[in-house]
Design a protein around this ligand. Structure first.
Ligand SMILES: C=C(O[C@@H]1C=C(C(=O)O)C=C[C@H]1O)C(=O)O
Length: 123
């Protein structure tokens, strides 16, 4: 085992046994450029998702409703199905979503604590 980081511009060191495998890039630098571009999109999407999670707090009465465990399970089930359909690694998708939802709920709880009830009696 070397303690050296891989060389970004070097040619491939290994190949897949599957002769049908189609490479996506010429070198590691190219692979990383594409990963970086995807991360930019993913973080922008997470920001948008977070704005909707914040808005959801307006429709909830208490901490249990913020947590909404049944909805959490629906989201996990749905993304696992999507992973199967799209070829994403299902265990990665599930782990990401469990972490994401936990983080989003924590934020939503903070927003919820910072809100006031709408008084139904008001004209
Ligand atoms: C956004 C909601 O609130 C919470 C956050 C969820 C999420 O991040 O997907 C799902 C359920 C709730 O725990 C919701 O109830 O839809």
């Amino acid at each position: 085992m070397t303690e050296q980081e891989p060389s970004p511009h070097a040619p491939p060191l290994r190949r897949f046994r599957d002769p049908a495998y189609v490479p996506l890039a010429d070198n590691l630098a190219q692979v990383r450029e594409r990963i970086d571009a995807l991360d930019t999109q993913i973080v922008a999407l997470l920001a948008e998702r977070g704005r909707y999670v914040k808005d959801a707090a307006r429709f909830k009465r208490d901490a249990f409703q913020v947590s909404a465990p049944q909805r959490q399970q629906e989201v996990i089930d749905k993304v696992k199905r999507l992973a199967e359909q799209t070829g994403a690694y299902p265990e990665v998708v599930e782990a990401c979503y469990r972490a994401l939802i936990a983080g989003f709920i924590a934020r939503e709880q903070l927003h919820h604590q910072d809100m006031i009830d709408i008084d139904e009696g008001q004209p």
